[in-house]
Design a protein around this ligand. Sequence first.
Ligand SMILES: [Zn+2]
Length: 341
Amino acid sequence: MLHSIYRHIAVTLCGLFATLSANSSEPILTDTHRFTEIRDNIWLAQTTEPVFNSNALVIINEDDVVLIDSHVTPNKARQLIESIKVLTSNPITTLINSHHHWDHAHGNQVFADIPIIGHEFTYMRLATTPLEEPTYVRGLEGNASGLVRIQGQIDAEQDPEQKKDLQEYLAIFSAHVNDFDEIDPIPPTITMNDRMTLFRGDREMQIIFLGRAHTGGDLAVYFPDSKVVFTGDMAFAGPSFLGDGYVDEWPQTLRNLAKLDFDIFVPGHGGPVTDLSRLELVALYYEDLWEKSEALHHAGVPYEQAAKTIDLTNHTEIPIRNIGADPLAIERIYYRLENPD
Ligand SMILES: [Zn+2]
């Protein structure tokens, strides 16, 4: 479910990013990664395999490299480390976790010998039972159903060329699924609550908690001299995954983000965003989603039904074209209404 949702988000947002992207230089490709320089030796790192993964940010400083997010598996993390050698011989000295979700943090164990910085909430989630997190369990279910789906497509395919392509895709997907076997998540080794600043060479990196949003511990990493922010899954050009979210507090968090002085942000999936007006559009969407969900909850409508009938099509610029919303989002909002903290 999460897999398909994220794929949907990625596909939806990629369309937007095609027009919003501000990249001027050509990406650098390795066997496994595409590196796109955002600005001032700050690089967006994305795997080129057609499997679900998150962005990482590679910050090359005078004497070291700071990395944000460790990818979806230890194997993908090792591939990232190898690929970074194409960009620089500087050592990776620090990893920052933007949040605890598996697709951003389950490569952590590969970085066991360097400091890992994360919010206290992220520590709590990764230090307790990360393999039982609902988002991760859904990810595993997505892997299993993906294998069945691709095999079914192969069985049904009549065209030999198409069948061969699907078999190659199945081989890539199967290898990726097998990579999950070695996952043994480790938590951050340095925790923070509100703010921490790293000075490396002449670069200043502000690691900031702007409020609860996509999770209880989202960290933004702000580069004031470059006017760049890495937002993880807290901010996209459109809505994020809301299943672990604090939709009631999220609009304020986005407005706190918007107060920083920057002109480009890099989210946890997809390309960079330069149209900062998207932040307020999404904040207004979350406010409306919360209020309408609250009304349906108050009226005693079960969340499954509410997810089918809620009307957010007034948000034409997001764009929301159809009646309804992600049931996981409404379920989460109902949970927050019944369990405020
Ligand atoms: Zn996430």
